[in-house]
Design a protein. Structure first.
Length: 334
């Protein structure tokens, strides 16, 4: 029998008996019964197995800026339990019922709702560049290697991480049960999130953005692209997407969409074989990051505006409301 049914059976007789009585302030048993009516009502309306919906786009950026939105047009600044950090925030991820944001000078913040944030830190972590969640843990990349946490508070280092050939990790993504990292010197490595990492897998080029499309990792750079197959753990070169400075990518609505400086947006439906390009979107906004949710793509960038696409086909983009500052990463959590 379900837990909720047992609780109802235990409290219901007491609730009925107290409904028939007039409780005085000294009648502890009756008052407990009356309170149990409220408990039963709460239990029946909020099952224990139900996970609350977040339904937010959350973005992080320069000078500790964090904002959230539900529609891409109305932007709300986050609250902080202490002083807002001044360091630039580089990335944010969601898992285990919380958001974790990372940035320069070992700056770390976490939040359970995306609206109110608590500042913490990571001793000896240096400058964070990216963070991703998968297999029950957060992995974050820094200049000194990979750090891991389950809550954003307690951090440890992946001691077996093969970082001797890496210069600076630029992107970390999760998909097909593995974390994949790339750096700015054509290197890559993968892991399930445990301490063991693969030896270096040469990408063949230095890519600046990466997205997981449900089957493959697609990485783009100015004038080229590569696809990583998680079944064979190998990279292959694909069609040239164009000479754009790509910054981020996301998969949504059967599209892998990549954003770049100058408002240039490229998407592919077939793991990088063919691309469609839209140039100088959103008044040539320099777009740093993109997220997909609720049938729309939202991009954020350096000019304190959002870049919104609501047709789900990445075809029509419009410049929207002003944000709290230049933003570096945006995610959507349903």
């Amino acid at each position: 029998m379900k837990v909720l049914q047992w609780i109802s059976i235990l409290i219901l007789p007491l609730s009925i008996s107290c409904q028939k009585a007039i409780c005085s302030s000294s009648d502890a048993v009756c008052n407990r019964g009356a309170q149990s009516i409220l408990i039963q009502q709460l239990i029946s309306s909020t099952p224990l197995s139900q996970t609350p919906s977040v339904d937010l786009f959350v973005a992080v950026g320069n000078s500790g800026s964090i904002w959230w939105t539900t529609n891409g047009t109305t932007v709300n600044s986050a609250l902080f339990t202490s002083t807002q950090p001044t360091n630039h925030l580089k990335s944010v991820a969601y898992g285990n019922g919380r958001f974790v944001a990372v940035g320069e000078n070992a700056t770390v913040l976490y939040s359970t709702d995306g609206k109110t944030w608590i500042t913490t830190s990571c001793t000896g972590c240096g400058n964070f560049t990216d963070v991703a969640f998968g297999n029950g843990i957060f992995l974050a990349s820094t200049a000194t290697g990979i750090r891991r946490t389950v809550d954003g508070i307690t951090w440890s280092q992946n001691t077996n991480y093969q970082d001797q050939n890496f210069t600076s990790i630029t992107k970390i993504r999760f998909g097909s049960g593995i974390f994949l990292i790339i750096d700015n010197a054509s290197n890559s490595s993968y892991s399930t999130g445990a301490t063991a990492w693969s030896s270096n897998i040469a990408v063949g080029a230095t890519n600046t953005s990466m997205a997981y499309n449900g089957s493959y990792f697609v990485a783009l750079r100015s004038g080229g692209a590569n696809v990583f197959n998680p079944s064979t753990y190998s990279w292959s070169a694909v069609t040239n997407p164009g000479a754009y400075t790509f910054t981020d990518g996301i998969y949504g609505n059967a599209l892998a969409v990549f954003v770049a400086s100058g408002g240039n947006i490229v998407f592919t439906r077939d793991s990088g074989t063919t691309y469609s390009t839209f140039t100088a979107q959103c008044n040539s906004e320099n777009i740093n990051s993109i997220a997909y949710g609720k049938g729309m793509f939202i991009g954020v960038g350096a000019n304190q505006d959002t870049c919104l696409n609501t047709d789900g086909a990445a075809a029509i983009w419009t410049r929207q409301g002003t944000t709290a500052g230049p933003m570096n990463k945006i995610i959507y959590v349903p």
